[in-house]
Design a protein around this ligand. Sequence first.
Ligand code: COA
Length: 260
Amino acid sequence: MDYTQIISEIREKTLYITINRAQKLNALNKEVLTELADAIAFAKNSDEVLAVLITGAGEKAFVAGADISEFQNYTLEEAKELARTGHQTVFDAIENCSKPVLAVINGFALGGGLELALACHIRIASENAKLGLPEVTLGLIPGYGGTQRLTQLIGKGRALEMIATADMISAEKAAAIGLVNEVVPQANLLDKADEILNKIKQRAPLAIASAIKAVNAATKDGVNGFEVEIEEFANCFQTADFKEGVEAFLQKRKAVFIGK
Ligand code: COA
């Protein structure tokens, strides 16, 4: 698929995805969502990719929400379809991606933009970032997982305060309440992201995939996360990388993992 709304490039086995609509603060229109869905599906299936980084073009916004100009005149069924398709093809696809997905929040992360960051496995932010779920100012509620993932991450009281007041919070406050992992000056943001991903990329890829699956199970209704952990733990013993990891440790050398 040729992309016109995002930039997607692989460097050293990281797929860098940049949402490229800076003039509209990278708002998520239908094309952006379609292209994001395609890029995530590609990352999941490609042997060339070990990790994914998602950021926004420019210095002002990660993503300032779903594109409000597309919102008028939706019927009940169309609104449901919009949310359901988005959940399945982008937001759930990111959360369930077997490769780590890092949100690099370089400015406003509002509405669907914060929901995009929430679907990612790890979030880091620049000092100027502002995060919020302002949907109630439009007479809406978050529709791409925000009510669920924000609650899981920061707890019900704080989540409802953010959703009901529609207030934006600073990056510093977001770090203090566990909404982002790190805050760094904007100029250092990509270096910090690479530092984190370079560590993860040195680990055994199948163990990383198992870890993502087991950690995700902690917040899935009707799934016994302890059972998922037991299964995934046992599966790791069947991998060539497990044998390599143990052998390398015993031989006092660095393990070379092949993702098998
Ligand atoms: N959907 C569509 N367009 C958006 C957008 C969105 N979510 N967010 C920003 N834009 C557009 C603006 O309409 C403007 O376009 P224009 O230059 O053609 O008029 C452009 O991006 C720049 O935004 P602007 O509002 O001029 O920047 P600002 O610095 O004054 O304000 C924000 C920044 C983020 C506070 C403001 O853009 C905003 O409130 N955006 C909407 C946030 C929101 O409610 N998101 C949730 C949607 S569900």
